[in-house]
Ligand binder design. Structure first.
Ligand code: TPP
Ligand code: SF4
Length: 280
């Protein structure tokens, strides 16, 4: 693996895309996690399909380039197989809050110990800018030429009510802040969500608006209700950790201390146990 996490692949994101800020923040976070004692070999990524998914090609980390809306399900499978790994799933807003929403909500509900980073650009960007679940009402794209008539969903409130134990928002234009959030999310023992405000310079160039409205939180809210209220604010865009709690993770509840990879029986021993069970 390369020291700087570069793969050498040509980066095909548009110049100025918010995805560059997310890539820089992840690289910084991985270095910090290494300093904190987490080995790079134990960090695994999974991605959906879309502009965001290309991050898979630009990070020299192990992982799976999954299907549209299936990065969370893939991450859950990896974590269940080997609880020692730290999994980061990257999704788009179309991918994670649309196609893959059920996977996301159930992962939050069961508190599986993974980190989900959503590149929220308010559009299905790779497929040329159709309205996505987080597009504002009135959004014009190829599928809604007269303007979308639907209001957007508010993802953080959804995740809080689903049971996410770490809920946060970052901004692709604040790399240091985002990288600190990623470190906290990966180190959080349970389901951690980061919704990242990610301007697409082609379809949703909101940099000016975000630079004006983004406001770094001083404190984490102590109740879910307060965190939900914070997520509804529209006169400013708070970034930081909205809510965090510790409760048993899915692996702990389901498997206790068992690690299916390390504790796997040899083929020979398994056959012996099956024969003994079948009495043959
Ligand atoms: C099951 C499935 N449905 C649709 C597609 C086509 N598709 C590929 S990328 C994409 C849009 C991605 O949008 P988003 O998840 O918001 O990511 P972005 O490109 O904005 O990063 C779609 C609809 C697909 N690959 N698979
Ligand atoms: S289309 Fe938008 S999201 Fe995709 S690379 Fe270009 S600026 Fe980024």
């Amino acid at each position: 693996m390369s020291g700087d996490l570069d793969t050498g692949a040509e980066i095909t994101w548009c110049t100025g895309c918010g995805n560059f800020g997310i890539l820089a923040a992840v690289k910084k976070a991985v270095k910090k996690l290494e300093e904190n004692g987490i080995s790079r070999e134990d960090i695994v990524i999974s991605t959906g399909i879309g502009c965001h998914g290309k991050i898979f090609d630009y990070l020299d980390l192990s992982g799976i380039y999954s299907l549209h809306g299936r990065e969370v399900a893939s991450a859950e499978g990896i974590k269940l197989g080997n609880p020692d790994l730290k999994i980061i799933a990257f999704g788009g807003d179309g991918d994670c809050y649309g196609e893959g929403l059920a996977h996301l909500l159930f992962a939050a509900k069961r508190n599986i110990d993974i980190t989900v980073i959503v590149h929220n650009n308010g559009a299905y960007a790779l497929t040329t800018g159709q309205a996505s679940p987080t597009s504002p009402k009135g959004f014009k794209g190829p599928a809604t030429p007269g303007g979308s008539v639907e209001p957007p969903i508010e993802p953080l409130g959804l995740l809080l009510s689903a049971g996410a134990s770490f809920v946060s928002r970052g901004y692709a234009g604040k790399v240091k802040h985002l990288s600190d959030l990623i470190v906290q999310a990966v180190e959080h023992p349970g389901f951690a969500h980061i919704d990242v405000l990610q301007p697409s310079v082609v379809f949703t160039d909101y940099y000016e608006e975000y630079n004006e409205l983004v406001d770094e939180l001083e404190d984490t809210r102590s109740t879910k209700f307060e965190a939900m209220e914070l997520a509804q604010e529209s006169d400013r865009l708070p970034i930081g950790v909205f809510y965090r709690e510790e409760r048993p993770t899915y692996n702990e509840e389901l498997l206790g201390e068992r690690n299916p990879v390390k504790d796997r029986l040899s083929d020979e021993k398994r056959l012996k146990e099956i024969r003994a069970f079948l009495d043959v």
